[in-house]
Design a protein around this ligand. Structure first.
Ligand SMILES: Cc1ncc(COP(=O)(O)O)c(C=O)c1O
Length: 391
């Protein structure tokens, strides 16, 4: 991995900032931004329809690059405007009835939890959260017992929560879902682009991701993976449009075969193209190399902060490039002040975004640093030294 070249590809680094908010919204590489500007200028000259036609082959590369990234076929991929939209499209294709059970985890993303609660309020669906073991790993025995007791319609797991460095064991859950033939939805919003994500190994029916975080794409982009099994069983969004089906008779339609049936007809092709460039960029470097590098950076940063006396809140056997921490007395203000003064980019998560996790941890919030492969060990040391002075 040529870090110098990778850093030269980021106009946003020219002012010397240290950017450690890749779990929020990362810095786009130059080819991503330039491809969008170029596409918009073409639209400016000839209109969006003409330019989409002229660039049809190029635009198809989005599906190929995404498929390459997560190890599936391009026919399994739908473009989405966000991870949340992809998630909603997937959920809407499942016909929930009163009493149906969704099993999820205590660490699933806030919006997923709110969506499940909405299904509970509207359709009387039951939400059950599998337990965590004392080491914060998923309790798979509990999961099997819950499956036998409740026969769930869906199991939904967030691969990497937004608010802790945990990596949940989605592969092990996938094996269990396969054994009991249960629909399996994985939120890979924080893992795609950060580490290797392989849908064959995870063995899921749906997987969702966003463009702007570790993928380094533009805002307003994301994707949904839909398995062949689910496509063959004619799952489709509740509110389908002409992107999803052929209007075959006055009162009938025929579903299109590929996962594109989960898209809406109208979308920003400039954004899709920018996202495609980001996917190409990651694929060219290689996700194994990116994962390996990220592990090195995040372990060093976590270790440094711990050694300085900060309270680290990442709990689990397998941790990600998200480092969450606070001062020993729980203070976040001083950390934020010092980081801002030093031109370090970070984010803060409060209890309302991680209600169950932070209640269990008995904390009100954390500072989150999320390094990525364009960061250097020198930057990690610099930030560690800046923070060490506070304590
Ligand atoms: C784990 C996780 N899932 C889903 C989302 C939602 O992504 P989007 O805002 O693209 O819908 C986020 C965003 O922070 C996230 O961290």
């Amino acid at each position: 991995m040529n870090i110098d070249k990778i850093r030269q590809d980021i106009r946003g680094l020219s002012d010397g900032k240290i950017f450690l908010n890749n779990a929020g919204s990362s810095l786009m590489p130059i080819p991503v931004v330039d491809s969008m500007i170029d596409y918009l200028q073409q639209e400016e000259q000839f209109g969006g329809y003409e330019i989409a036609n002229r660039n049809a082959e190029l635009l198809e590369q989005f599906y190929e690059e995404t498929a390459k990234l997560i190890n599936c076929k391009s026919s399994n991929i739908a473009f989405a405007t966000s991870a949340t939209e992809a998630y909603a499209m997937a959920l809407s294709s499942i016909t929930f009835k009163e009493g149906d059970v969704i099993i999820t985890t205590v660490d699933d993303y806030i919006s997923n939890q709110i969506t499940f609660i909405s299904l509970k309020k509207k359709l009387n669906v039951k939400i059950i959260r599998m337990k965590n073991l004392p080491d914060n790993e998923l309790d798979l025995e509990d999961l099997e017992n819950l499956i036998k007791q409740y026969h769930p319609k869906l199991i939904a797991v967030t691969h990497i929560p937004t608010n802790s460095g945990l990596i949940q064991n989605v592969e092990a859950v996938g094996k269990i879902c396969k054994k009991y033939d249960i629909l399996y939805l994985v939120d890979a919003c924080q893992s795609v682009g950060q580490m290797v994500v392989d849908v064959e190994k995870i063995s899921c029916d749906f997987l969702t991701a966003t463009g702007r975080k570790f993928m380094r794409g533009p805002r307003g982009t994301g994707f949904l993976y839909v398995s062949d099994k689910v496509l063959e069983q004619n799952y489709a969004p509740l509110l389908l449009d002409m992107r999803g089906a052929h209007w075959s008779a006055f009162d009938d339609y025929e579903l299109f075969k590929t996962a594109k049936r989960f898209e809406h007809w109208e979308l920003s092709y400039a954004s899709l193209l920018g996202f495609t460039e980001a996917l190409k960029y990651a694929n060219n470097i290689g996700m194994h190399a990116i994962e390996h590098y990220n592990k090195g950076l995040s372990e060093r940063l976590r270790e440094n902060l711990k050694n300085s006396g900060f309270q680290i809140w990442d709990q689990g056997n397998n941790l990600s490039s998200i480092i969450t921490f606070c001062s020993p007395d729980g203070d976040l203000e001083n950390i934020q002040k010092v980081l801002k003064e030093s031109n370090v980019f970070f984010s803060v998560t409060y209890k309302n975004s991680a209600l169950i996790d932070f209640t269990n941890k008995n904390i009100n919030g954390i500072v989150r640093l999320s390094p990525h492969y364009f960061n250097t060990l020198e930057e990690v040391e610099k930030v560690s030294n800046i923070l060490r002075i506070i304590l």
